[in-house]
Every structure is written in C-alpha cells, then in structure tokens.
Design a protein around this ligand. Structure first.
Ligand SMILES: O=c1ccn([C@@H]2O[C@H](COP(=O)(O)OP(=O)(O)O[C@H]3O[C@H](CO)[C@@H](O)[C@H](O)[C@H]3O)[C@@H](O)[C@H]2O)c(=O)[nH]1
Ligand SMILES: [Mn+2]
Length: 463
C-alpha cells in the first residue's frame, strides 16, 4: 500500500477534442485564401482602394493562420496532489515564498490586501515552509496597521479554516456566502462560525475606523518609521509582523511588511520594481526555491494550490523544464452569463488552452509559481552542467548587486541547495534586506535585464 501511486505521473496533459471546430477553422482559412486569389487574379483594376483591401485581407489571413495554429490542439493540465502526498513526506516539502504587491491604500483598500494575505496564510501547506512578503508601494501606515491587526485575527482564522476544511479562505468571500452556515451544520460549528464572524467584523471595523480619520493615529512606537514619509520619497521600511519561531508546524507562516525606498530621482518601475525587491528580500530571509506571486486584490480559491503547482514543478521527468506554473484568473461578482466576456472564457478556451497544448501560455503577470533559479536566469539545461560557471563571486556581484548576504543566498539558489533555508537571522536580516530594497541597488546589475526574465516551458494548470 505504501508504494501505491509511486509510478503514476504527478500531472497529465489532457487533449481536448475539437474536430468540428478544426473543420470550421480550416474552412474559414480556405475561404480567405480563395478571396485573396480572387483579388489577385480576377481584377484588372489595381487601384489604391484595391491595394488597401488586399493588404488588409492578407494581414487578416496571416493572423488567422497564427490563431489557427494556436488553437489547433488545446490541452488542460490535470494535477494529482494525492500522489504527491504519497510520494513526498510532508517534512520534505520545499519552502514556498508568497509575494503580494500593493500600491495605494485608497485605490486598494487595506481590507482587500488583508483578505489576500489571510487566504495565503491559511493555505493547506506546512506553515513552517511558508513565508508571506507584502510590498507596499504606498508606504502606508494604514496598510501596516491592517496587516498587524490581521496577524492577530489569523491566529484564530487559520486554525478555523483548517479544522473545518474551508474552501475559500478569504474571510470577506467566506462570510458573504450565505450557504456556508447551513441548517445541517453542527451546533459547535455554528457557534464557532458566529464567533469567527464577530471577530472578522471587529477587524473590519478597526481598519475602517482608522481609514476614515484624517490623522489616523499617532506615528509613534511601531509606526514611528512612517513619520515624515512621502509616498514617492522615503527610506526603506521593513517589519517582521509574524515569525514562525522554532519551525512550528501548526503555527502561522512568516509575515513581512516591506516598503522599498523611493526617491524622486530614481524610477521605481511599478510592479516589476516591487517584485524585484520582494524576490531579493525573500531570497535573504527564506530563499524558497518556489515563489508565488499575487496582486493584493486577489485571493486563493483553492487551499491546496501549492500542492497542485508542486505536482508540475517537482515532477521527476519534466518538472525541471518548467519555469513557472500559472493559474487561470477568475473574477468574482461577475454578471450572470458574463455577457461582456469579463471572465475571459473565450480567450481561455480558444487561446490559452491552445497555448497549453503547445509549450504553454505566456506569463500573465500574476497568479504564478516561479522557480527561483529560473528568475535568476538559469536555463534548465544549465542546471547540472554550466551552473558552476555562474557561481563565481565576480559574476554573481555583476548580476545580483553588491550585497554579500544576497550573493550568498543567490549562489545557494542557483547551486540547487535552496531547499535549505538561508542562515540569516531576523537580527541581521533587516539590515541586509534594507540594503537590497534601496532604489539604487539595481544600477549596473542585471536586474530587469537577465534576472527576472523567465524562459523555458510554461504550463497551464486548471484549478
Ligand atoms: O507602482 C506600482 C504599481 C502597481 N503595483 C501592484 O501591481 C499589481 C498590479 O497592478 P494593477 O494596477 O492592479 O494592474 P492590473 O492591470 O490590474 O494587473 C494586471 O496586469 C499587470 C500587468 O500589466 C500584472 O502585473 C498584474 O499582475 C495583472 O493582474 C497590484 O497588486 C499593484 O498593487 C505595485 O506594487 N507598484
Ligand atoms: Mn489589479
């Protein structure tokens, strides 16, 4: 029994049948070619309008050929987390860093970010292997305050979700779904549910209260670092909100707040800049081999998502060729039957599934698990052979910048030993992390050029 499932693949590509659509698509192509030949051979009147029409139709035919190729063999990827659980003991699961970006506490209210973070902290994965890093480009004490309050709520919310196998672990979605409290639920559950709802309402109220005030609270104590700061002009602020002390399995993951340095004379490169800083800071503290990236207005709707992604990334045969695993984005509160196509279903069915049948769809900018060493510029065929050449200190400094601690951690990540956590302590972490978050850190390095450029195969994974 123990060996059951050991020979079965961790993921499979299922080809979607579309014979009928193929016939229709080919028919359209034939009609387009007929139209072009008609234009060319049955007209003696080569005027400017004729030429214009011919150019447009040729271009359309060309794009149709490209689309036809993309759509030809669509596929979906099915993962088997149960097989992974049989094969890899929980203690050997790799660490995963969870990166969240937020930029403006007015446009992206802190309660939204809080929900994203709570859904990540409550993932079904050993908590001592998870670390959540929040980048705040708004440098907002409100966001920091909201996260501090959320961390207190998480101590109750996370065990509640795990105990009751809650599916959607962003509280605002969970509590807005009236079906969650059903008549057949036990009395004990109902009481817990009510208690939890009270606590969540309380959290919302606290955050709303400070958000509504012109001067929300005194900038002293933990908040003193936010005094005299401006969104576009401030030093780096890093705060460890939660620390999983002593590698507690049933504790909470690390939660770290980062507001990278901003100065008017340096361009901050929006989300890309924030992601670069998050990659470096997480590299210093936890250096997980896999990185999940989500925007602050998203939440995880499948608590086992890490296991699903690992099925692909840890597959013994093809896993190493995969630079990232991406989940299709779904949008909540959509209109019935989606008349305006906001759910992107047509793009999904026609283009994205088609690309999944080829090498895989392009990176959509979010909802993806990246291999850290792919972000650091390592190609799969270099993993064994050429890696050594890339580990010379001089090359590493040119590529990753001057931080000694970060060089050490990136060498570990590139050297394949990233499964062991970095030996940096919280004590020296802040100093090193501040250095790699400064706005001139990337100058004359490969950040934004070779580093963070992802290549190789990508796969689509359906929830
Ligand atoms: O200076 C900035 C600007 C944006 N962001 C964050 O980047 C994310 C995406 O920005 P948003 O303005 O929400 O863009 P969208 O068009 O909604 O985002 C989609 O398109 C982007 C690429 O254009 C991707 O990066 C996103 O992941 C994808 O969701 C959000 O979390 C922002 O908080 C920053 O951290 N710093
Ligand atoms: Mn957005």
């Amino acid at each position: 029994m123990a060996n059951q499932g050991h020979d079965l693949p961790l993921y499979e590509k299922i080809w979607v049948k579309r014979k009928f659509q193929r016939v229709i698509d080919t028919l359209i192509l034939v009609l387009l070619l007929l139209l072009l030949s008609y234009r060319l051979f049955s007209s003696n009147n080569f005027t400017f309008p004729w030429f214009l029409a011919f150019i447009c139709e040729s271009w359309f035919t060309f794009t149709w050929i490209v689309i036809l190729n993309t759509k030809w063999s669509p596929a979906v990827t099915i993962t088997h987390p149960n097989r992974l659980l049989l094969r890899v003991p929980e203690s050997e699961f790799p660490p995963v860093d969870l990166l969240v970006t937020t930029a403006d506490h007015v446009l992206e209210p802190p309660i939204i970010t809080v929900n994203t973070v709570l859904s990540l902290l409550a993932l079904d994965y050993p908590t001592n292997k998870l670390a959540c890093y929040v980048s705040d480009d708004g440098c907002s004490p409100l966001t920091f305050y909201a996260l501090m309050e959320a961390s207190k709520f998480a101590k109750f919310w996370v065990p509640f979700c795990k105990k009751n196998c809650v599916q959607v672990r962003a509280p605002f979605r969970y509590f807005s779904d009236i079906a969650t409290n059903k008549s057949e639920d036990s009395l004990e559950f109902k009481q817990e549910w009510l208690q939890m709802k009270d606590m969540y309402d309380n959290l919302c109220q606290k955050i709303e209260e400070v958000t509504g005030k012109t001067i929300p609270f005194q900038l002293d104590g933990e908040f003193a670092v936010f005094s005299n700061t401006d969104q576009r002009n401030h030093p780096t602020i890093i705060k460890v909100i939660l620390e999983n002390m002593g590698d507690l399995l049933d504790g909470l993951p690390h939660l770290i707040y980062i507001s990278r340095e901003k100065r008017p004379q340096y361009h901050h490169n929006y989300k890309a800049g924030a992601m670069n800083v998050l990659t470096r800071v997480s590299g210093l503290m936890t250096n997980a081999p896999f990185i999940l990236n989500v925007d602050c207005d998203m939440f995880v709707n499948n608590p086992k998502i890490v296991l699903h992604a690992l099925c692909i990334l840890m597959d013994s045969q093809r896993g190493k060729e995969v630079a990232f695993v991406q989940c299709f984005q779904q949008f909540y509160d959509g209109i019935k039957d989606d008349p305006f196509g906001n759910q992107w279903m047509i793009t999904f069915k026609n283009i994205i599934m088609g690309m999944a049948g080829l090498q895989g769809p392009f990176y959509g900018g979010t909802n993806a698990f990246h291999r850290r060493n792919a972000i650091y510029g390592l190609y799969p065929d270099e993993i064994e052979s050429e890696r050594k050449g890339k580990l010379e200190e001089k090359i590493l400094i040119e590529k990753f910048g001057s931080s000694k601690e970060f060089i050490k951690s990136s060498a570990q990540a590139l050297g394949g030993s990233a499964f062991s956590a970095n030996d940096i302590t919280t004590f020296n972490f802040i100093e090193a992390a501040t250095q790699v978050s400064n706005c001139e850190y990337e100058y004359d390095t490969c950040w934004g050029k070779q580093v963070r450029k992802t290549e190789t195969n990508i796969f689509f994974k359906q929830n």
